[in-house]
Write a protein that binds this ligand. Sequence first.
Ligand code: G3P
Ligand code: CA
Length: 738
Amino acid sequence: MKKSLIAGLACLSLAVTSGAPYAVLAHPIETSATDNGQTTLRPLTSDVAVIAHRGASAYSPEHTLTAYKQAMTMKADYVEFDLQMTKDGQLIALHDETLARTTNAKELYPDRAPWRVKDFTLEEIRRLDAGSWFNKAYPDKAKTEYIGQHVPTLEEAIEFVKKHGNGKVGLYMETKAPSVYPGMEEKVIEILKKTNVLDDEKLFLESFSEESLRKLKTLAPNVKLIQLYSGGMLAGKDVYQEFKRISDYASGVGPSKELVVPKLMEAAHQNQFLVHPWTVNSQDDMVSLLSLGVDGEFTNNPDLLDDLLDKPFISHGVASGDITDSSAILWARTNGKANVKFELSTDSSFKDNTIVKTGRANVEDDYTVNVEVTGLKADTRYFYRAHAVSSKYSVNGSFKTAPQENSLKPMTMVWGGDTGGQGEIPPFKSFKAMAALNPDFFLFSGDTIYADNKTPAVPNPPSKTVQDFWAKYKENRTDAGLRSLLQKTGTYSIWDDHEVTNDFSGPSQELTPTGLRAFKDYWPISEERSQADKLYHKYSWGNTMDMIILNNRGYRSPNTQADGPDKTMLGDEQLKWLEQMLLESDAKVKLIATSVPISVPTGKANSRDGWANANQINPNDQTGYEYEFKKISDFIIEKGIKNVFFVTTDVHFAEIIKYDANKDGKTDYNELISGPIGAVKGNPGTLDPTFGPERLYAEGNFFNYGVFKVDPARKQATVEIQDENGKTHFSHSFQLED
Ligand code: G3P
Ligand code: CA
């Protein structure tokens, strides 16, 4: 059954030692159908290895035959042994250098503290009970059969796995503390030869000790060696250089799981290294690491990883978005064809009044799913969970619906943009900092990917195929912080240029349809925004705020076109719609979510990308879109539209600006700029003076995001710029006009 689920993986792997001539893939992983053919974030192998860490050590006493047997019953592909050496030079399977923790040595040999393995003969160790400690430590998992389990020798453990593994289960063994045991490596090789497994395809030797591995390389040049890394071992090192340095002996790396990020995967793949992180015991961690493309995982719970790999699962988290006072869009992605079930309720245990919606994850959408849920209560916290119907693994999320239209509730939102480009790749700390604020929602202000930049997902940029664009979104979703923010609150995503290519004008860019398709696949976009590729729409947060989301890319004239009555950024229809929204709104605050700035010159001379033409920098520069922005500015002033805030990112520094466009001494509107979350850091420069900007704050050269709070009762709107650690660098309150 599982093999039929995983399309296009017909390859077979050679069996271990004696036994079946061929073993079909035990845990094939979907890597073909929507893969862009160049991403680093995929396994080198097509069969992800379930490596039973010390046996099935979550369920039975580690390094006993019963733990090894349970691992094989749970379909582990490998059983891992840690090796110590006895006083009389015998190799045993035991993790610690002493016998105290996992045997009854203290009771049996009370005067032999500290019960170092190297101080005991094998015969003395064979008398120990290596199982009862487990029953005492984990009474809920205690079994009588564990009592009296003994410490196996390496030879015994190998023979046991050969006997019970049906020729399919491989061997993975670690030289523990080799400096304590001179001659350990020679002994290992001697036993591997004696048990006739030295030439097995499914055999790995591992160690934290480079010296030990180099010695093993000399003794047995063909054995696959895995260099283990704890957190500290890579600190301050360039992972690309480090992996290149060890490539003369290593076949792969075993990093502590928190070390696995796109950069480590890229460095590993540059050296054809397998990546086997440890120790991965929760399905959330298993999924997160699989999304990064690891080749296998050390786990105490082989059953959980086996179960996960058996069929498509939610592979890149969930999201909710385009939320109103009665509806929301829910999003998820699986790693293969599946029906995805969403359960939604105000009850976090999903016992009462649960709404169920199902979506189909299809290959043509890169297995992404968007479903709309309606009939929701306003101003209410909802909980949801999503799972691929074939899988038990589910991912939870939550969001808050907007308050009723006429209510005046305080609101807190966060906004940011510019994520994953120009040499910066995930993870980015700002997401976790924003999630910690528990905002009412997150406005992702564009450049949610950098499709045209080199990153592990697209090593040969720019993105050209939809698979390339999808790979970029998947790369950014490997960021646990982003997944956590998307899980915790509703998101309104807008696109800017790097969702397609730098500074593009939609109508004239041939990649627009492809980039737009991937953008709509990967964000919870409502039908109202998606239809006719509009993307612009107004969302109300009660009567506290109307958020007018623009589409600054889909309708614009080419940047190089000289400004004038025929040049547009928004297109006539959207411009009229914007004016209508402003005129109609009686919300305290009108937030205009734009992906480009007003008076910060962007793009380049004679090809300005924002509204400003920067002609004070280059008097001959006829480009920019000031002609059109003047219409917007004049409209706001003439119609007396109050409390207007343009919110954006795009410029790669933070800046807060108030505008007195008609120079009458009264603020006409404001502009709030944050970013980048994760892209090259810029510094503030000269503002284009056309619309009367006055800088309240500007700061560059740091990752940051914005917080915007509206308190109707106090008639105040407050903006904060916070760095990636959540430290506030600037705060300012605006007094709202009645
Ligand atoms: O062998 C991988 C992993 O097990 C390394 O840590 O301490 O559990 O042996 P440890
Ligand atoms: Ca180990």
